[in-house]
Design a protein around this ligand. Structure first.
Ligand code: 9MR
Length: 381
């Protein structure tokens, strides 16, 4: 019911926006009272990943930004396997329940992240060497978690980061035990537990053609076999230059051609040096030998205004593209609320000072925030 009401609401708002947009062709639709989510309403959901402090209400400033600026939330860590089921058959739902409650109270599009992922998996799962045993745990995990939030969590990242850079399947504990069909089986289990939830495959480095092709081959196979999949999640851990706007556009077009909408699920823009040409979010990469090297963290106190402007322009260009293709995009989610809490301060080198989001270390909107609100929301412009 909640979902049907939302669809009707979004459709009505879309018609209204189109009517206004068509009457004012060429005018910038900036409204001074806009928030991020109201600015893009009718085009796509606008979300943020929230950490446990925010979920538990301990960071009231983040909570207030989330409530006023966003209409979708993703739990940065709290629903991952290692926290939800740290020991076999022992479930911990305290933070997850609070998370879902926050989303419901504020009528948000609530995302569950992530059901099956090789990383942040409970210890007991990582050493299993038996197909039936691991299959049993996966089925129990999905039934228990997805059923608990049936009708409340709107979308699940069902499988996360299952592909390698060359487009083949990652040799994870799931693949090693179950072979290549495990992803399909997991999607079927999720559908059984909540037939209405949007089921998403989520990954990074979609701008790499081989990886994208591998993932989209699977999506097309699911579609042709009638296996429910409702979208692809493109993580979008990017930097000031890469991927290019053309590369991002190609991702949108290719995902759309595979028959599903795209969501940009983990958007942030690193402004720090990346001398190894290393882009993406493979968390196992370690560059600890560079810790404390000032060349690798050139802005420890303040982001120079020149870089601040580059960041603002980069975000503006990205959102302009998102608006252009808003008919193919379901959601755009920032990976965090404000700079101080971003995972990018500690990856790939610990202890750096990064500035990847729209709110600064004092919870104030940055020039990039303003530049995003200045994006014309008429897709035809
Ligand atoms: O932001 C998350 C960080 O707090 C965790 O330490 C890290 C552990 O892997 O995971 C981060 O979130 C990841 C997300 O769940 C999946 N895609 C990549 C994200 C950044 O690593």
């Amino acid at each position: 019911m909640k979902r049907i009401k939302k669809i009707i609401y979004i459709s009505l708002v879309s018609v209204l926006i189109c009517t206004i947009g068509c009457a004012n062709m060429g005018s910038v639709s900036k409204n001074n009272n806009s928030t991020l989510s109201s600015h893009f309403k009718g085009l796509f959901h606008l979300g943020a990943a929230i950490n446990e402090e925010t979920i538990l209400g301990k960071d009231s400033k983040s909570v207030s930004i989330v409530k006023s600026e966003f209409n979708s939330i993703t739990p940065e860590n709290s629903l991952k396997w290692m926290y939800i089921q740290p020991k076999a058959n022992q479930f911990e739902f305290k933070a997850a329940d609070r998370y879902v409650q926050l989303g419901l109270e504020n009528d948000m599009y609530i995302v569950g992240h992530a059901l099956v992922w090789h990383n942040q998996l409970a210890d007991f799962m990582q050493t299993i060497n038996d197909a039936d045993e691991i299959q049993g745990y996966i089925a129990n995990h999905i039934n228990t978690v997805v059923s608990r939030y049936k009708g409340k969590i709107d979308a699940w990242d069902v499988v996360n980061e299952a592909f390698d850079e060359d487009g083949s399947l990652r040799k994870s504990v799931f693949y090693n035990n179950l072979g290549e069909d495990y992803i399909e089986d997991v999607f079927k289990l999720a559908k059984k537990a909540d037939p209405q939830a949007d089921l998403i495959y989520n990954d990074y480095n979609f701008y790499k053609p081989k990886k994208r092709a591998g993932i989209l081959k699977m999506v097309k196979k699911f579609k042709s076999k009638g296996v429910k999949i409702d979208g692809v999640g493109v993580q979008a851990h990017w930097d000031l230059k890469s991927p290019s706007i053309d590369q991002i556009e190609q991702i949108i077009l290719d995902v759309h051609a595979a028959g599903v909408p795209v969501s940009f699920t983990e958007l942030d823009i690193s402004v720090l040096p990346n001398p190894w040409e290393m882009v993406g979010a493979e968390v196992t990469q370690n560059f600890s030998q560079f810790e404390g090297d000032p060349k690798m963290s050139p802005y420890p106190n303040k982001l120079p205004s020149k870089v601040q402007k580059q960041l603002a322009k980069r975000y503006h260009d990205i959102f302009k593209l998102f608006v252009k293709h808003s008919d193919k995009i379901n959601r755009v989610t920032f990976w965090g609320v404000m700079d101080k809490h971003s995972w990018l301060n500690d990856w790939p080198i610990n202890g750096r000072t990064n500035y990847p989001l729209l709110f600064d270390r004092n919870y104030n909107p940055k020039p990039a925030y303003k530049s995003v609100l200045e994006v014309n929301t008429n897709p035809k412009n």
